[in-house]
Design a protein around this ligand. Structure first.
Ligand code: FE2
Length: 198
């Protein structure tokens, strides 16, 4: 348990620009379930996590998500390189373009800028770990939706790698929750907090 192998990077080599696709993939850069929120959530939660194994797990996954943030930024950048006049008027990208030109800005596909309100750090072992399980599933759903919208094999290859990592993170946080239960109370099948629920 907790032999965790980080996978920080995967090559991003996108041949063809596609600004419309960039305008939705930006959500994994600065959207509510994106890689920026993921890394800050885990790297902030780790301080109050009482068990060394879980502190390490949050550090490992948090740093891995930072690597993934860079990959998403690279995808958005490569999809918006050398655009023509016609490209920047593409429906779906024009709203992004008017605010950011082709800079990579942490915002959701809806245009809402990254906001710390999209993550939680409660200092409670069970609350934080269950938030993390939910966050990984939401990230996986966002990648599922990107795959539904994209028919670019260069993009999909990278998105499938990132999606697979979210599935692994969900499994590791599940192990983390089981470990927390063992440490807190073996009989605590409902994951209540023994400090309050006697
Ligand atoms: Fe993740």
């Amino acid at each position: 348990m907790f032999v965790y192998e980080k996978k920080l990077q995967y090559p991003v080599r996108i041949a063809n620009p596609n600004p419309k696709l960039a305008a939705v993939i930006i959500s994994q850069y600065g959207g509510p379930d994106g890689e920026l929120g993921a890394s800050l959530r885990y790297l902030s939660q780790r301080y109050a996590m009482p068990y060394a194994e879980l502190k390490g797990l949050l550090t490992d996954i948090g740093t891995e998500e930072l690597g993934h943030l860079e990959m998403i930024g690279t995808i958005v950048h490569q999809l918006t390189r050398n655009l023509s006049e016609k490209d920047i008027k593409t429906a779906g990208f024009d709203a992004y373009f008017v605010d950011h030109t082709t800079g990579v800005y942490p915002a959701a596909a809806s245009g809402f800028p990254w906001n710390a309100a999209s993550i939680a750090v409660t200092g409670d072992v069970i609350a934080d770990l269950t938030e993390d399980l939910s966050a990984e599933q939401k990230a996986r759903v966002t990648y599922d939706n990107i795959l539904r919208l994209s028919d670019d094999p260069d993009v999909n290859d990278v998105i499938k790698f990132l999606r697979a990592r979210e599935v692994v993170h969900f499994q590791r946080f599940g192990e983390g929750l089981r470990l927390a239960r063992e440490k807190m109370d073996q009989k605590n099948v409902y994951f209540t907090n023994p400090a309050f629920d006697k």
